[in-house]
Ligand binder design. Structure first.
Ligand code: NAP
Ligand code: GDD
Length: 343
């Protein structure tokens, strides 16, 4: 029996990979993290958290079965956290086949490798509130019907059910966290919270004129990534493999998020116009600083997400430390202090 637990985190270069690595290192794990070789390989998040040299980085791609098997045999992990994915919803409409190969078949490649190499390896799947899509009830819980609205959402429903199926058919410790949107200063630049906090901070300091957004009416249940990776580790160390919704329990529109950021940055502003003509005017300069651009609307939208985190709170005693207001303050402070850092 080894004294130190070995964790393999796929997608360690992403937002959650960085925060989860930090947590597991603090907990004494030996952490292996996977990155894709090539132009997209980037370690700026791990460097920002000062943990790059504490992680064993390995070349890995969810598209390649032999690569996955070789790595699991070599590393002999106790726990695999599968965070790797094509995670941007708009890209999934452009690249539905690649998205499915990575997000759906990639998970079967991992699960089947575990069955063939060592059935004692625990497996965590990064499931998502996008699976609820066109929601059939609010708030959404572990028992809410799934109705995905994007190739990304569909790909994650497949991998969610595959994880359940491998648990039930092969007796694996395979579990899923159904995580609602979670953000942080390390969020990728294309996601809406980063686009807003970064863009408005640049406008405030005079280095940008305006931001262009899509659907302001969409509602999301936003939390902080640092809280949500704690939930992942709790789910993996539960006494039985199970699936849990992880969310704040509240929902806000994208417009509410913009308002909160404008207030945090002390803009004197007003909303004007309706629909595609809606704008935010900076009263000081009399210029528009937020405009709507049709290209940021999606072919099918998820109008409202609001999770019910009762199960994970009751059974695992998970308690988030951040609020939406503290998240926004942290994201804006990061942009003010790190104007040249982009993820
Ligand atoms: P992210 O920042 O986009 O990170 C995704 C990671 O996956 C990156 O490290 C990326 O590596 C890697 N990856 C992409 N394609 C791969 C492939 N073919 N083989 C191996 N690695 C690949 O995502 P995140 O926000 O950290 O989210 C982590 C996971 O949670 C994802 O599965 C996401 O779908 C899921 N999730 C996220 C949220 C959220 O709100 N953040 C909510 C629910 C679920 P490169 O750097 O090489 O591209
Ligand atoms: N990205 C983006 N850019 N979204 C915009 C914009 C814009 O300019 N304007 C409005 N939105 C709206 C989108 O239409 C969506 O309703 C909402 O803002 C949130 O968009 P994203 O931040 O791109 O996140 P997401 O909800 O589509 O997906 C994220 O959360 C999922 C969990 O629910 C991703 O992290 C997924 O990987 C994750 O599974």
């Amino acid at each position: 029996m080894k004294n130190t637990k070995v964790a393999l985190i796929t997608g360690v270069t992403g937002q959650d990979g960085a925060y989860l690595s930090k947590l597991l290192i603090k907990k004494g794990y030996n952490v292996y993290g996977t990155a894709r070789r090539g132009a997209s390989e980037k370690f700026s998040r791990l460097e920002f958290l000062n943990i790059k040299n504490k992680i064993n980085i390995i070349d890995f791609d969810l598209l390649e079965l032999s690569n996955i098997q070789k790595i699991i045999k070599e590393i002999e992990p106790d726990e695999i956290y599968n965070l790797a994915a094509q995670s941007f919803v708009p890209t999934s409409f452009e690249l539905p086949i690649l998205t499915s190969d990575i997000n759906s078949l990639g998970v079967v490649r991992l699960l089947d490798s575990i069955v063939n190499i060592n059935k004692d390896i625990k497996f965590y799947q990064a499931s998502t509130s996008e699976m609820f899509g066109k929601v059939t009830e609010s708030p959404q819980s572990e028992t809410t019907r799934l109705y995905p609205r994007s190739p990304y959402g569909v790909s994650k429903v497949f991998s969610h059910y595959m994880t359940i199926n491998y648990r039930e058919s092969h007796d694996l410790f395979a579990c899923s966290g159904i995580l609602f949107n979670h953000e942080s200063p390390l969020r990728g630049h294309e996601f809406v919270t980063k686009k807003i906090t970064r863009g408005l901070t640049k406008i405030k300091n005079g280095s940008q004129d305006c931001i262009l957004l899509g659907n302001l009416d969409a509602k999301r249940d936003w939390g902080h990534a640092a809280d949500y990776v704690e939930a992942m580790n709790m789910i993996m160390n539960n006494n039985k493999p199970d699936d849990f919704v992880v969310s704040s329990g509240a929902t806000s529109t994208v417009k509410d998020f913009v308002d909160k950021c404008l207030k945090t940055l002390n803009f004197d502003y007003a909303w004007e116009g309706e629909g595609l003509e809606k704008i935010v005017i900076n009263k000081k300069s009399n210029k528009p600083i937020v405009k709507i651009d049709k290209k940021f609307f999606r072919p099918a939208e998820v109008d409202i997400l609001m999770g019910d985190p009762s199960k994970i709170k009751k059974e695992l005693n998970w308690r988030p430390k951040h609020t939406l207001d503290s998240l926004i303050e942290e994201m804006i402070a990061f942009e003010i202090n790190n104007p040249n850092l982009s993820f």
